[in-house]
Design a protein around this ligand. Sequence first.
Ligand SMILES: NC(=O)c1ccc[n+]([C@@H]2O[C@H](COP(=O)([O-])OP(=O)(O)OC[C@H]3O[C@@H](n4cnc5c(N)ncnc54)[C@H](O)[C@@H]3O)[C@@H](O)[C@H]2O)c1
Ligand SMILES: [Zn+2]
Ligand SMILES: [Zn+2]
Length: 352
Amino acid sequence: MQSVPATMAAWTKTRDEEGGFSLEEHPVPSPGPGEVLVKAQSTSICGTDIHIWKWDEWSRDNVPLGTITGHETSGLVVGLGEGVESHQIGDHIAVECHLACWACPRCDEGNAHICENGSIFGVHGHGAFAPYFVVPAVNARHVPEGLDPGHASIQDPLGNAIHTLTGGPVEGATVAVHGLGPIGLFAVNAAKAMGATKVIAVDWDNRYRMALAAELGADLVLGKGDDVVAAILEATGGRGVDNSCEFSGSAAALANTIYSTRMGGYVNVLSVYGQSMPSVPMNEVVFRYLHLKGINGRKMWSTWDTMHDLLERGLIDVDKVLTHRLPVSDFESAVQLAMSGDCGKVVLDFDA
Ligand SMILES: NC(=O)c1ccc[n+]([C@@H]2O[C@H](COP(=O)([O-])OP(=O)(O)OC[C@H]3O[C@@H](n4cnc5c(N)ncnc54)[C@H](O)[C@@H]3O)[C@@H](O)[C@H]2O)c1
Ligand SMILES: [Zn+2]
Ligand SMILES: [Zn+2]
């Protein structure tokens, strides 16, 4: 094991403007009690990183200037804080970015992903567009044996997809995935892997991603040229799908999910809708007895268990969704690429 340096260069949000990142010198952090020090191997770019790049109102309210961002990451444990017995030097881990207190009523009832005192690694505090970072040991999840670090780093969005899907039936069920960004693409892949009988993938105009969804096994792919609701009803014997998942952030797509889900079916919404308040056809929800559910993060730890099972059995085709791998020195162009949409997941790799 190589020795840990005293300082490191890390991508830091330094300026109060769009872009506004620079490669800054920081001390390598030391792990506090219950924490581990991790040498980063791969960190992927998330929609949240794009919000921080664009420096929208949410980012200005949540991300202190001077923060090293990046939260979808994997690496090697190189230091142990006082009292850490769950990990050893050299362990391969991936980060669960929701940092929980483990003492509030939400944590006690098994909902630590919505901890009342929670914060997000790489958003509210320093993260992983850096060669080294510290996290609570419980958030450093051991990865399945032999998993490529790039594949390990995308478990946060893959976990989002699985958490959303499992808000309703998947095995033996018909599933519609609205919005084919990286998370929607993982949902198409995971729904097939989990035994959905029919998966309908819907985007607006992103042909690149619609083609990827077809390669990942979607039975039907729809876009802006289609009457989405009519096409889903036609493909499901007029009933609608059992389980609709919304990953587009579009109010129109949210309405489509509600009109194309069967009586008593499930509508699971991971999307964040920006400034506007989408109007929801509530009478459809009520009279057709739909289960409409918001989804946040990943269940700690049942989503991770399901995900590891699928990864270990080789059922997730991560390489199809992970379309671009770049060195971390290309951070700025990688964010531009992710913003363009001509990609699936974009991952930054650190030196071995
Ligand atoms: N709740 C959470 O914990 C959480 C975590 C991560 C991401 N998110 C949210 O999940 C969503 C998905 O993230 P992502 O990074 O995969 O998204 P993305 O922005 O990369 O992709 C969205 C896709 O939706 C498509 N789209 C636009 N309008 C559409 C419409 N009317 N119908 C169907 N598709 C349409 C776009 O063409 C694009 O391909 C985002 O809204 C993101 O903010 C939520
Ligand atoms: Zn993320
Ligand atoms: Zn808590």
